[in-house]
Write a protein that binds this ligand. Structure first.
Ligand code: HEC
Length: 190
């Protein structure tokens, strides 16, 4: 009985988490243009999703392997969603949000953004704009700065986040290297 239970448990966990490690091109779009995964996820009846929600922390897909495939041009399109609040070029004005020139790898500091007053929540939630922090913040700004001031719903698609980060790298004079072994590690799913 116990063994059988564990087997189901493992199967469910594998089903629930495997998509997190699948490359973007294995995602399909359904008629509504929403992403679905390549196969249906079957959860045995009565085996409540509530149990899974409680026991599994949401895991964010590793963005580094996707950066290798991302494009500055596509990122420029995503950047239209940021433009009402942010400028990206050197010397660009701060608006509702700070200028984002040289943001990749930057230490979170008001000195970097011409004195733009960042929220206490963001200042204490993020130290450096690593690729992982950018990925998390752009997926959901509240995840790193719960009381932060960026009124933006977030970019749900990993591909959009990879492209906008690639665009931000292009607007950064010396973006930190994305190490090859980090990419390999992530691709192995470890
Ligand atoms: C409605 C306005 C608005 C939109 C749209 C918006 N942002 Fe922001 N953003 C802000 C504000 C305001 C802050 C400062 C947040 C704080 O202090 O908590 C911020 C902060 C940031 C920071 C941190 C800056 C720093 O100095 O540390 C990054 C990175 C960022 N935004 C990226 C983006 C990107 C990329 C997009 C588009 C995908 C975007 N934002 C869309 C308003 C916006």
């Amino acid at each position: 009985m116990l063994a059988g239970f564990s087997a189901i448990w493992l199967a469910v966990i594998a089903n629930e988490t495997s998509h997190l490690f699948m490359p973007e091109n294995s995602l399909n779009e359904n008629a509504q243009g929403e992403e679905t995964f390549g196969y249906p996820i079957e959860v045995p009846e009565g085996f409540g999703a509530g149990v899974l929600e409680e026991s599994l922390e949401p895991v964010l897909i590793d963005i580094k392997p996707l950066l290798a495939l991302a494009s500055v041009e596509q990122g420029m399109k995503v950047a239209r969603k940021c433009q009402s609040c942010h400028s990206f070029d050197k010397g660009g004005k701060n608006g509702t949000g700070p200028n984002l020139h040289n943001i990749v790898g930057a230490v979170v500091s008001e000195k970097n953004r011409g004195g733009y007053k960042l929220s206490a929540s963001l200042m204490s939630g993020v130290d450096i704009w690593t690729y992982d922090n950018l990925n998390a913040y752009l997926e959901n700004p509240k995840s790193l700065a719960p009381q932060g001031n960026m009124n933006f719903a977030g970019l749900r698609k990993p591909k959009d986040r990879a492209n906008i980060i690639k665009f931000l790298m292009d607007k950064t004079e010396e973006p930190p290297e994305v190490l090859l072994d980090e990419i390999n590690k992530a691709e192995e799913g470890s």
